[in-house]
Design a protein around this ligand. Sequence first.
Ligand code: MTE
Length: 323
Amino acid sequence: MARPTIPHIPSSEITPRTVYDGRRDFLKAAGFGLVSGAAIMSGLLPSASHAAQITRQKIERFGKTPYGQEETLTLYEDVTTYNNFYEFGTGKSDPAANAGLLKPHPWTVSIEGQIKKPKTITIEELLRLAPLEERIYRMRCVEGWSMVIPWVGFPLAELIKWAEPTGNAKFVEFVTLNNPMMMPGQNLAVLDWPYTEGLRMDEAMHLLTLLAVGLYGEVLPNQNGAPVRLVVPWKYGFKGIKSIVKIRFTEQMPVSAWMKANSREYGFYSNVNPAVDHPRWSQATERRIGDGLFARRRKTLMFNGYAEQVGQLYTGMDLRKYF
Ligand code: MTE
């Protein structure tokens, strides 16, 4: 099957000025939340199914990077209709069906904990912290499927530098919105809401770690974590916490929602590791979404193929113990 290439190739000579203008365009685009929210309220969208926003908003400008240029992209339709976002239900199609209730604008993110001064930042301010760029990353879900997604965002390291963490900041905790009105799945005690995740400081500062605000050159669809989410390509997909409202710098290792739910099956590190099976299934292979039902499963690579870039973060650690 023919696969799409990147739909929007921006100028490779983007100057800081045009990047800035691009962000202004994106800010205009950030009205998307208002558009979809208002449309739902006035009955323009199929409110019965709470279908996710149908307004697709292009991000006008973002830098092009060499990351993943050789990869075959997973179709936009698959990326946006087959995923996990338990706040909207536990089925793979539930996020796309129910995420229309989420209003990703206005939105603020609280930055707190071990930093010089706690700050609350609007999504517009967050977008001004660093130029947006596109990176194509391989993603691997703990359940055994994988995708290749062209994300738009900037390194989390940029926000961390801006946040000015103190010497006591050893970890970063992330928290998703807690609002059962907008996230009906939170009415069920599937997880201990709100969803939380964490990274060690050096993992959070690694340049592969992205704060994403878009995919396929467009503003993030609600079901993929609008308006801002984490993307950590060498870890299982559940580390990629969506719809973030809080980033907290801590001295102690945070306990993630999945560790709370089942610490035997889900550890803090969650690095993609074909040598360490999930207690209930092998992690040696994966099914690439789009390969077709009868295609051979692919061999899963250590650190999801990013070993060269991130392997040194774990030198000397027993990755069977720290899974
Ligand atoms: N973030 C929140 N808040 N809630 C979730 O249920 N699921 C995780 C992750 N982020 C999840 C979440 C899991 S298990 C996966 S595999 C990815 O989101 C899948 O979504 P994506 O394809 O949009 O990355």
